[in-house]
Design a protein. Structure first.
Length: 139
């Protein structure tokens, strides 16, 4: 089993969004605002993708979700299924350990679901950028 890191969520898993209630509600020890620097947020069909992007100012606004230890294995498995995250890296998303900034000015390691290789290449060729980096402000 991988390390029990918190998850950085930035789309439908955010508090109040449709997948939070299904996959995270009741499993969280804490949820706090966080930012992932060096990544761009792209719109998918009803959900977003995070794509590494070194352009100045690129960042994604989200939440750092810490799962209660007893609920962690089931939550990790459920999130990997939701995100089509496969061990061979060929899924729609890949889960990577990255560092996020927290609201108190600190940093924390977190699991982040990034667009998988094929999706990332497509979005680099045909961007669907959400300029604000904030799923809730995509309008």
């Amino acid at each position: 089993m991988p390390p029990a890191l918190p998850f950085f969520v930035y789309g439908t898993l955010l508090t109040g969004e449709r997948n939070h209630a299904v996959f995270l509600a009741g499993r969280c020890a804490s949820v706090r605002p966080a930012v992932l620097d060096g990544a761009a947020l792209h719109a998918g069909p009803g959900f977003p993708y995070a794509v590494p992007d070194a352009a100045p100012g690129r960042r994604i606004v989200g939440e750092l979700v810490t799962i209660r230890p007893a609920a962690y294995p089931a939550a990790l498995a459920a999130l990997d299924r939701l995100e089509d995250c496969r061990p061979d890296g060929g899924g729609e998303y890949v889960r990577e350990r990255l560092t996020v900034r927290t609201e108190d000015g600190g940093t924390a390691p977190a699991w982040v679901y990034l667009a998988g290789p094929a999706v990332g290449a497509l979005l680099r060729a045909h961007p669907a950028l959400i300029a604000s980096g904030d799923w809730r402000r995509r309008g």
